[in-house]
Design a protein around this ligand. Structure first.
Ligand SMILES: C[S@@+](CC[C@H](N)C(=O)[O-])C[C@H]1O[C@@H](n2cnc3c(N)ncnc32)[C@H](O)[C@@H]1O
Length: 240
């Protein structure tokens, strides 16, 4: 009887441990959401500044194995321009994120690795070429329009045709409404599915960056901004 009791006790301890390991594995696998983004989505982040937006998602998901984060900036410039840039990149990589630098949104569908992948979400927050001409000038608007056009064409090649969404977060008002974010994509086989107000506070730790000039590390006023969600037009796409 005594022997049986000891055996039962040991058996129960093992069971408890196995149960708790299984629970840990299940909770690691459980889907987690951060606003529009799920830990089950394969997500490409484009035009990152100091990588704080990507890191916010990684922390929310508890892992970054589903994320590919990219910047136009080289690794060296991330270190020079942003106080937290390199530590953010390191934490992302430790959490399993693939990070690529020198990725041009206008050519990214030809990138050696990205071209082998298809994503559920492709995200570019506050596309902007940098302050080359005055923000309201024709030349500056043309450059920003070219960036958006190139990004959307390349994102279209890399997004999953079924259920994939391309997200551009963009400031509202003049001159940003002259960048043809809505009118032109619809001519190029993308459908604007939804426009959702954007609130920076929804993404703890996200530091939106000017990314250019002496004030690269400074935030810009987000003001009124929205996330524009596009999907690829298919023969079944309903425009209503
Ligand atoms: C206003 S900043 C926003 C940075 C970051 N997305 C954020 O929200 O903090 C614009 C970003 O676009 C990037 N950028 C400009 N031209 C680009 C291009 N051709 N391809 C990829 N990124 C580009 C800049 O390097 C910069 O990081």
């Amino acid at each position: 009887m005594g022997t049986r009791d000891v055996h039962d006790d040991l058996h129960t301890d093992d069971d408890d441990q196995e149960d708790s390991e299984l629970e840990d594995q299940e909770s690691a696998k459980a889907e987690k959401w951060k606003n529009h983004y799920s830990s089950n989505h394969r997500i490409l982040l484009v035009g990152d500044g100091d990588f704080s937006f990507s890191l916010c998602l990684a922390r929310a998901f508890g892992s970054a194995h589903n994320l590919v984060a990219t910047s136009l900036d080289s690794y060296d410039s991330i270190g020079k321009k942003y106080s937290n840039g390199l530590s953010n990149v390191m934490e992302l990589q430790e959490r399993g994120c693939l990070v690529f630098h020198g990725v041009d949104a206008k050519e990214m569908s030809q990138h050696f690795f990205l071209k082998t992948q298809r994503f559920d979400r492709i995200v570019y927050n506050f596309p902007h070429v940098g302050f080359i001409y005055p923000e309201n000038s024709h030349c500056q608007i043309q450059l920003n329009k070219r960036l958006l056009k190139g990004f959307l064409a390349n994102a279209k090649a890399l997004i999953k045709k079924e259920g994939g969404e391309i997200h551009v977060t963009h400031k509202e008002g003049d001159p940003y409404n002259k960048w043809d974010l809505v009118k032109k994509p619809e001519k190029r086989g993308l459908v604007l599915q939804q426009v959702v107000p954007f609130f920076k506070d929804d993404y703890p730790g996200y530091d939106n960056k000017r990314a250019h000039g002496k004030l690269s590390d400074a935030p810009f006023p987000v003001g009124e901004a929205s996330t524009y969600k596009f999907k690829v037009q298919t023969s079944n796409t309903c425009n209503n």
